[in-house]
Design a protein around this ligand. Structure first.
Ligand code: FAD
Ligand code: UDP
Length: 384
């Protein structure tokens, strides 16, 4: 009855459901264990009338026009540009660390020289990952690198991952490089924004097809039996294909060991003020338990005398704790080795496509997920 069963109504699952039904006219069943579509992008209007992101701040950005054009079929945009401040030495300063941050945190007599040296050494409008900056031999730049490492990266990364920056893949801290520039934006991508009516509406439009059936509150394990040679749905043999966007180690019943993930908890609060903070996100790279506070009104301003914020806390994901969510794969060599074993096995399983943050064990942003899904559609699905 269904040509495809898709496990997960997040971005990866929804893009593929949309393509398979709208382009190929085939039938899709989506199984989603949460009580809503959208995965971690899900948003809703809260009791204060403010659109909040249930699973943390989501800002869409990409340099790829075809990805932006693809998503723009389902939404208009608030052309929002994200700025983040970090509370350091009692001051809220621009993050990523840039030349403005330098001026705010160090004495003027030092700053002039350091700024000159940074530009001479690396150039202007250049991004330097902190672990690269720390390798510099220059005495003054080394001082600066250690300063930034201590003030911006060390505590935040310990809180977020339980590891020091150097014990993670360099790409993790490389996401927020030192920026030799006076541009205070968090991202410099060509296309940036927040869906005008929110992410959930965007997903609803994507999935609005008579050929898509969605079962919420349904873990695929409850209604499917999968062993590589035989798949059943409600105890009946299923001959179609599966697109799997859940945890790849779970799919293979942990045969090569558990892949670790990082989880989060969000503490939502109502503040009786028009605004709580200057920008949407303030990072706390210090001793507070939380990593960041997001104030959602900045994404989609509305006139109210209350505001909604969320404090974000990170912890180790534990599958046995009900409701715990595996938000982040943890990019480390040891984990990549385990993942490679699952990936090799996945390639031998015909009829199942593994895609998305959890199934590919990749620290993907939304545009990466869409790119990956469109590629899979083109290379593996369209010609079947
Ligand atoms: P998911 O959204 O995780 O979807 C997978 C779905 O599968 C989930 O809905 C899950 O419930 C379901 N599922 C899993 N197992 C089962 C099962 N056994 N049975 C049934 N269903 C199952 N990206 C950006 O581009 N910009 C940002 O600003 C940004 N901010 C982020 C902030 C946070 C705090 C987090 C965690 C992520 C952020 N991202 C951001 C990344 C973005 O959320 C992801 O790239 C994207 O949502 C991944 O989509 P996905 O479909 O791969 O995974
Ligand atoms: N990071 C940090 N201090 C900051 C911001 C980021 O140490 O003020 C590091 C930290 O390790 C974090 C990583 O850079 O996990 C990536 O940050 P990003 O904001 O991209 O994280 P995400 O929004 O994906 O959680």
């Amino acid at each position: 009855m269904f040509d495809y069963i898709i496990v997960g109504a997040g971005l990866a699952g929804s893009v593929l459901a949309e393509r398979i039904t709208n382009i190929l006219g085939k039938k899709v069943l989506i199984l989603e264990k949460r009580n809503h579509i959208g995965g971690n992008c899900y948003d809703y209007i809260d009791k204060n009338g403010i659109q909040v992101h249930k699973y943390g701040p989501h800002i869409f950005r990409t340099d790829l026009k075809h990805i932006y054009d693809y998503l723009s079929q389902f939404t208009d945009w608030n052309l929002y540009q994200h700025e983040v401040l970090g509370l350091i030495d009692g001051k809220k300063v621009p993050i990523p660390f840039n030349l403005n941050t330098l001026h705010e945190l160090l004495p003027e007599n030092l700053v002039e020289q350091l700024e000159k040296q940074l530009i001479e050494h690396f150039g202007f409008d250049v991004k330097v990952p902190i672990l690269e900056l720390k390798k510099t031999q220059d005495k003054d730049l080394k001082f600066l690198a250690d300063f930034i490492y201590q003030k911006v990266f060390l505590n935040y990364t310990m809180k977020q991952w339980g590891f020091k920056p150097e014990d993670l893949d360099p790409s993790v801290t490389g996401r927020v490089p030192v920026y030799i520039s006076k541009d205070n934006r968090y991202f410099q991508d060509k296309y940036q924004g927040i869906p005008k009516e929110g992410y959930t509406k965007l997903f609803e439009k994507m999935l609005d097809s008579p050929n898509i059936k969605i079962m919420l509150n349904t873990d695929y394990n409850e209604i499917m039996e999968i062993n590589p040679c035989e798949i059943s749905l409600f105890d009946k043999k299923y001959d179609g294909k599966i697109i799997f966007t859940g945890e790849i180690d779970e799919f293979f019943k942990y045969k090569y060991g558990k892949l670790p993930y990082r989880s989060l908890s969000f503490k939502f609060e109502t503040i009786k003020k028009e605004y709580f903070q200057e920008v949407a996100t303030v990072n706390y790279p210090n001793n507070n338990d939380f990593t960041r506070i997001t104030e959602f009104k900045h994404f989609k301003p509305i006139k109210t005398n209350k505001t909604s914020i969320a404090k974000e806390y990170s912890h180790e994901y534990d599958k046995n704790v009900k409701g715990d969510i595996p938000y982040y794969p943890i990019p480390r060599d040891k984990n990549s080795e385990i993942y490679e074993k699952y990936k090799n096995e996945a390639q031998t399983v015909e009829n199942v496509i593994f895609i998305g943050r959890l199934a590919e064990y990749r620290y993907y942003s939304m545009d990466n997920v869409i790119e990956s899904a469109l590629k899979v559609f083109k290379e593996k699905i369209i010609n079947e």
